[in-house]
Design a protein around this ligand. Structure first.
Ligand SMILES: CC(=O)N[C@@H](CCC[C@H](N)C(=O)O)C(=O)O
Length: 371
């Protein structure tokens, strides 16, 4: 694929972001692209809304996996780009349009010039939620084409184009979603004493959550609790009977997340008594940390430097990735690809530089050839 085709592909995908396990148009588009480049040594499988493409090698000893996630986020795009999302309320604000395009670009090169080993491209749904990797690992499709080694990339808005970044060991955090539902008693805004106001209760719960991190956790054990959504009530002069908060918990060590959950549950019991309400907690999906294989990262670094791409040592990040589950099963790694955007991941104005597509294709292809 030349640069113009990469750009067109990315723009088409950018216009059709779909949420986890709803990637119907995305899957159809990917299948159509693959069908056009397919040759005799290429096999395709579908898994739910994802697809897998296997390119047989010339003299295979191993199977190498490259995973690209394919879902978008429920964000209203505000880039004003001519190719902005046609699915209002959804956006590729985490760069999965880039991830897919790069995978397609590399796929085409590999089909035309296979390596010795077999390569499986995994276009995986639902990374942002509820998580596609874990159910995929239990599927017959994974068992049939189970790679011996695997890698993936994620765009990095804060890094310049022409730079990649990674590290041996822990790259991304352990995560757990957090959904808390509050039920009290509604009523007239003029008579708060006759109600159990869940907007007030949920608001103080959000504030108190931050004290779990700052007062209950060992400061040397990094943790984050972020609430991204709060809802409750219907109108300005009625006290809300119900409220709900939605957020995420992140830690660098897996057991610390359990300590946080215990603290949240204890705090909820206190709120039930003091606010005279009932509270239910659901942890949604949980992702295992992304832990990179040290030897593979070392080889990756020398590969990218050999093709003139800058390598920067990364620090651990509080981002989560269900790719961590794949790395728990087989050796591999994830790396950041610099895309230089003034706005970060999950921002409605995220606008990665498209020149990074070519760098991504070159880096992934070279890695496959030298891994
Ligand atoms: C790379 C990235 O941004 N990943 C997401 C993963 C979300 C996991 C889950 N839905 C949660 O919020 O805990 C992230 O937000 O880090």
């Amino acid at each position: 694929m030349d640069y113009t085709t990469l750009q067109e592909t990315r723009r088409t995908l950018h216009q059709i972001p779909e949420l986890g396990f709803q990637e119907i148009k995305t899957q159809a588009y990917l299948l159509q692209k693959v069908e056009r480049m397919k040759k005799r040594h290429v096999e395709v499988k579908q898994w739910r809304t994802g697809i897998l493409v296997k390119v047989s090698g010339k003299n295979p000893i191993r199977t190498i996996g490259f995973r690209a996630d394919i879902d978008g986020l429920p964000i209203h795009e505000a880039t004003g780009l001519e190719f902005e999302s046609m699915h209002k309320g959804n956006m590729h604000a985490c760069g999965h349009d880039f991830h897919m395009t790069i995978a397609l670009g590399v796929l085409e090169r590999l089909i035309n010039q296979p390596i010795d080993d077999d390569v499986v491209f995994i276009f995986q749904p639902a990374e942002e939620g509820p998580g596609g990797a874990l159910p995929f690992l239990q599927s017959s499709e994974w068992k049939q084409w189970n790679p011996d080694v695997i890698f993936a990339l994620h765009i990095a808005p804060e890094l310049p184009v022409g730079t990649v970044s990674s590290r041996a060991g822990l790259l991304f955090a352990n995560t757990s979603e957090l959904f808390v539902h509050f039920k009290g008693k509604g009523g007239h805004a003029a008579y708060p004493h006759l109600t159990k106001d869940m907007v007030v209760t949920a608001s103080s719960f959000v504030t108190q959550l931050q004290q779990i991190v700052s007062r209950k956790m060992d400061p040397l054990q990094s943790a984050v609790i972020s609430i991204g959504k709060i809802s409750g009530g219907f109108v300005q002069n009625v006290i809300a009977e119900e409220a709900r908060i939605e957020g995420t918990i992140r830690t660098l060590k897996a057991p610390v997340i359990d300590d946080i959950k215990q603290n949240i549950e204890q705090m909820a019991k206190g709120f039930e008594i003091s606010a005279d309400c009932s509270i239910s907690i659901d942890y949604g999906s949980n992702y295992y940390q992304v832990f990179n294989d040290a030897n593979l990262v070392k080889r990756f670094k020398s590969t990218v430097e050999a093709i003139g791409v800058q390598y920067q040592e990364a620090g651990p990040a509080m981002t989560g990735e269900d790719f961590g589950y794949m790395l728990k099963e087989i050796p591999g790694f994830m790396f950041w690809l610099g895309v230089d955007s003034g706005y970060g991941l999950h921002h409605a104005k995220l606008n990665p530089k498209e020149e990074a597509l070519q760098v991504g294709v070159d880096v992934v292809e070279s890695t496959l050839r030298r891994l």
